[in-house]
Design a protein around this ligand. Sequence first.
Ligand SMILES: [Zn+2]
Length: 442
Amino acid sequence: MIRFWIALFLGKIIYYTLKLFSQDATTLPGKIALIIDPFFIKKISKRIKNIILITGTNGKTTTNNLLFSLLRKNNYKVLGNLEGANLKSGIATCYIKNPKIFDFATFEIDEGIFPKILEDISPSIVVITNFFRDQLDRYGEIDITVNRIFKALEEKKGIKLVLNGDDPFVARFQALPHEKIFYGIKEKIRDEDSDIKESIYCPKCGKKLFYEYFTYAQLGRYSCSCGFKNPEYEFYIKNINRKDSQNFSIIEKDTEVSLSFKYPGIYNLYNVLAGYAVGRIIGLSPDNLRENISSFSFFLGRFEKFIYKGKDKIIILVKNPTGYNQVLDMIRGDPSDKILTLILNDNIADGRDVSWIWDVDFEKLKEDKSIKKIYCSGKRGEDLMVRLKYAEIPLDKILLVKSLRKAINLSLSSPYKAFILPTYTALFKTRKLLLRKGKNGT
Ligand SMILES: [Zn+2]
C-alpha cells in the first residue's frame, strides 16, 4: 500500500506544479503514478460504487460529458475524464485530482486500451458507440480491436452493455451473454450518400450487407440473408427535423419524448441516445432527461463557441476521417460567410501517421462560395496544403500559416465567422489563445 500512497502524493505534486505554470496537466501526473504503482488504477477505483465506461471510435467525449452533466444535475457526486485524456495515464490523473468517494465515475476509454482497462476496473455499465478507422498506426484493423474488446468483455460478468445497434460492428456484441440494451435511429434521414464505409460485410457470414438506408458512414438499417440485422432497440430516435437535426423524439416502449440538443450533426443524435439510455438505466425519469439534455453545454473543446468582435469563432476537435466528414457536412450546412482554420499535429495522441487526411472529403468544399479562406497550420500544416490542392480547392483560398499563434490571430481578425479544427494535441493551445482574446459564448 505504501507504493500507492507515494504514487498518489507524487502525482498530486506534479499536478499542482503543472497547474501553477498553466501547463496541460491531464496525463503526466497519472503517468508518473503508474510508474510508481502499476496497480494504482485498480486500487483507487475500488472507492467508486458505479463506474460507467464509454468506448468506441467517435462520440466518446460528447457522450461522457453529457452523462457526467446528467448525473451532476441530479446531485450525484461524479468523477469523469471530461477533457478526453482517455489512456491509462489520463484515467489515473483523473483520480489523482480527486481522490474522494464518488457515487459514479464516467470514463471515456480509448478503444485500443479498453481490454487493459477492464483488467483494472469493474464497470457496472459499458457504452460502445461505433468503430471507424482511427489512428490505424496504433491499432491495426478494426476487426482486431472489436475482437479484443469482445474477448475482454466475455471474461467479465455483471456488466450491462449499452450498444449502438446501427453499427454492424457494435451489433456483433449481441453474441455476448451479458444484459444488452441497444439504441439506434429508426428513420431515413438523408437522400444522398457519399461517406466512407469501413466495411459493409456481414460480421456473421462475410456476405455483403444489404442496406435500406445509411445514417452516416456504415451506420444505418442493414440486413443479411443469413439473418444478421439491426437488433431490437430499447431506445430509438424518430421524427428528426431534417433541417438542423436538433429536434427529435426518443422512443422507449410506449413513451415518446420530444427533445432538443443544441449541438448539430447526426453523430450527436447517437450521443444523446447513449446518454439517454444510460440515464434511464440508472433510474432518471424521461422528463428529467429531456430537460437536462436540452440545457446541456460542453465544458470545453467539442464545439466550443467564442465571440470576438461580434463574430462566432468555433473550435471543433477533429481526429479521424469519419468525424471530420461529419464536421465538414455541418459546416456546409451553415449558410453564413466563413473561414476555416485547419490544424494538424502528429504527436502520439494525434496518431503519428497523418495519411488519414486523404480519407477526409475535402472535395466537398471546392464549390462552396461561403468559405472565404482556409488556413492550414500545425506541425503537419504542409500535408493539409497538399491535400487541399488535390481536392481542387482554389489556390487563392488556401494559405499555410505555420505558427499556431498567427493562425489563431488571423482567424480572430477575420471579419467572418471562423471554424477552427484542431487535432487533439493542438486543442489546448488553441483554446488558450482564444480564451485570451475572445469571450466564451457557449
Ligand atoms: Zn450474414
